[in-house]
Design a protein around this ligand. Structure first.
Ligand code: XMP
Ligand code: MG
Length: 182
């Protein structure tokens, strides 16, 4: 494995157990409501699929794509690469935004704007990781469903990448850039 891949902080087993738990919680809450999972690409593609497979109630899945990171640092601006489908009618629908990581919360703020004026019945947020960080913006609403709270480290695996690599790892590991490499 790449020497930059450090300590495994979430094992495959721990992730699977927690996703099952969240799936059961959401299944109980959304019975009969046919919610729409809005999976935020690319980072949430595996978490979103696992949540969907563990939801034992009828639901739909849609995707949007945002981009904010370059390497291990946020660019400070969030680009909505692919927004909601133009013909998606959200009137009266129950929406669950499925994110990979909430760090500063900037991405989530940008995504929330997509739902303004669409007449949704409810909107909740579900994230795989919430980082414990002082960089969280003041006006970011609390996340409704958090799979794991982790310290402020750059992590890869289970959908999370560094420059598009390591998404396929079944666990989450700390990424430590090689300081000697130039
Ligand atoms: P903000 O600051 O907008 O950041 O809440 C959230 C987005 O930044 C990416 N991100 C990471 N991606 N490992 C990653 O692979 C990380 O440790 C990490 N921290 C933030 C991610 O795309 C997330 O949606
Ligand atoms: Mg990313």
């Amino acid at each position: 494995m790449d020497p930059c891949i450090g300590k495994v902080i979430l094992s495959e087993e721990a992730i699977s157990a927690r996703v099952k738990e969240l799936g059961a919680e959401l299944s109980a809450l959304y019975r009969g409501l046919n919610p729409i999972l809005i999976v935020v690409l690319k980072g949430s593609y595996i978490f979103g699929a696992d949540i969907s497979r563990n939801l034992k109630v009828s639901h739909e899945v849609e995707f949007i794509r945002c981009q904010s990171y370059s390497g291990t640092a946020s660019t400070g601006t969030v680009k909505m690469v692919t927004g909601l489908s133009k013909n998606l009618d959200l009137t009266g629908r129950h929406v669950i935004i499925v994110e990979d990581i909430v760090d500063t919360g900037l991405t989530l703020q940008k995504i929330s704007q997509e739902f303004k004026g669409k007449g949704v019945a409810s909107i909740k947020t579900c994230t795989f990781v919430q980082k414990v960080t002082k960089r969280r913006l003041d006006d970011v609403p609390d996340i409704d469903y958090v799979a794991f709270e982790l310290p402020d480290l750059f992590i890869v695996g289970y959908g999370l990448d560094i420059d598009q690599k390591f998404r396929h790892l079944p666990y989450v590991a700390v990424y430590t850039p090689d300081k000697d490499a130039t």
